[in-house]
Design a protein around this ligand. Sequence first.
Ligand code: GCW
Length: 684
Amino acid sequence: AAWLPPAAFRELGSRPVLVHGEGLLVDTVLDEVSRACARYGGRVWHGPPWQVDADLVLALREAGRVPNVAAESARLGATPAVNGAGDGALGDEGYLLARVDGVTVVLADAPAGLLYGMFHVVRLGAAAFDDELPARRHRPALDRRILDHWDNVDIHPVSGQIERGYAGGSLFWRDGAARHDHARLRDYGRLLAACGVNAITVNNVNVHDTEARLLTDRLGDVAETAQVLRPYGVRVHLSVSFAAPVVLGGLPTADPLDDRVRAWWAAATRRVYQRIPDFGGYVVKADSEGRPGPFAYGRDHADGANLLAEALAPHGGVVRWRAFVYDHRQDWRDRSTDRARAAHDHFAPLDGRFDDNVILQVKFGPIDFQPREPVSPVLAAMPATRLAVELQATQEYTGQQRHVCYLGPWWSEVLRFRPRGEAGGTIADVAAGRAGAGGGLVAVANVGDDPFWTAHPLAQANLYAFGRLAWDPLLVPGAILDEWIDLTWLPVATGDPETVRRTMHAIMDDSWRTYERYTAPLGVGFMVRPGHHYGPDVDGYEYTPWGTYHFADRDGVGVDRTRATGTGFTGQYPPPWSEVYESRERCPDELLLFFHHVPYRHVLHSGRTVIQHIYDTHFAGVEEVAAMRERWRLVAGAVDPAVHDRVAERLDEQFRSAVEWRDQINTYFFRKSGVPDAHGRRIH
Ligand code: GCW
């Protein structure tokens, strides 16, 4: 139960369709179209011939048979869609979509383009066959659109089958072995292709013993997964352990400058490509939260990353090296260490030292996927390095798929942020890189073997939105939600579709801000229960080694990260942000406590004091959740009862949890500050 129920194909499937071209992905298109036509009375030809009376032509350019795409594009006056295709080239994944003499035409230069074009037609529904359909060239803004699965093969004593997984077991692994559930995997590949994702990583970045062996004697399982996903244009990546030469190869060292180590990686990587010729590459979490890395040998992260890059280069693979490196054994008494600074301190000096096929994968914020953080300064500091932006679809800190939290608006804000101010490019431009050589967009996946894929049926929207934003970062989150609703819920609605649509929007559009309101005020994060990170615990991390503090006392709250009096983190930003964040007056309200320690009676731009803001937003957040629950009740009968029940049950828990958040946070800050609520509401 996700997007693309058979009924989503009704318009396409009830028409005569010509598919032209050869290849694995063209076969996928043909298979999709054939099944739809069998169900809805359409007809499908696999061309040649080219001249048939079709309503829809999906054609791969082939010299002599199908019109040249570029010429056809020009003849039709096709303009590029919002993003990309500026130079007229369609690339490996692009397509031209147009209406030509009463026929809808998708033309592509490569098979993947045809597949994406077909899904576009499905998305449009009847509108794809409207004579007003504008001619447009489409191609993804980012070439790399990747989901990292934090899945373990074995059940790990701490992180379970999926680290930070909230949707049941893994799609790939169960209890120490591959699941071999090809039907489910194929369905997954299909969902991914339909939203534009083109690669996944099949195991956790925390690579434990069994998982390390996916690189060697368990490689067959990875190859099998790659084979099932290949027809949907999804490539496979692997998380590897930096210590692999020691733990798997029996070498005495994993020193990146040791010749035996280099030879070991070269041989292991060669074997991977023998089994999986289109293998994507490695992901590495090194010297982070206890994982092995180059520091043990007195080497730096450029040495470490380049070691793997060298092994992958002959085969066209990339290494995605994570920038999530910080001291997780910090002393809370030490006010000079600031976790927010860590990634920039470690990596910015290495700019220019990485090989061409190294991608530095940077979490979007300087801390850790909080509901509100500034954008990581690393993303503005390494012009000579390919950078990927890492998001978290799995809702570790945003309600763990028990709370509705549509992250599209948050991600969109991040992608549109201009780290050098109005004159410079966006974070999406950073991910795109120069001449398409960027690192792309990555999200930690939120799916599992739950019947609804993401446990909370509405959390599917985050998966869908991730793919669509990676394809086109300028898409509007509300419009993405519409697409998702159209493809998922409306084809199977049992009541008035417009009511269903309105209800979903009313519940989801602002749900991330609602979540922020009842959890994390003004950029303070991590007031969660240690370990599992669900529910409130204001001081849960205050005296821990993890470096995630809020410093609330009787006078005020927030972290002083200024250059003038604090940790100096603001100095990692280029202007204008180095100045904006440094200044208490100019800093945006929503980030004030991330950058400044201020008195409770400090007045925000909004005109309210900090303490009154805390009270107001926490009361408002709970009211908004109550309203969501009410709205959902009203669509019982209009959506599948199983879906309705599941969402209703989650909304009950969200309400309970939001009340708990409100009461703990309000009570905590009332007790600290002694300042009463201006409206005299009940604080405990
Ligand atoms: O957010 C933290 C998580 C860890 C995770 C780590 C990381 C995979 O709590 O579970 O480990 O980040 O991103 O490496």
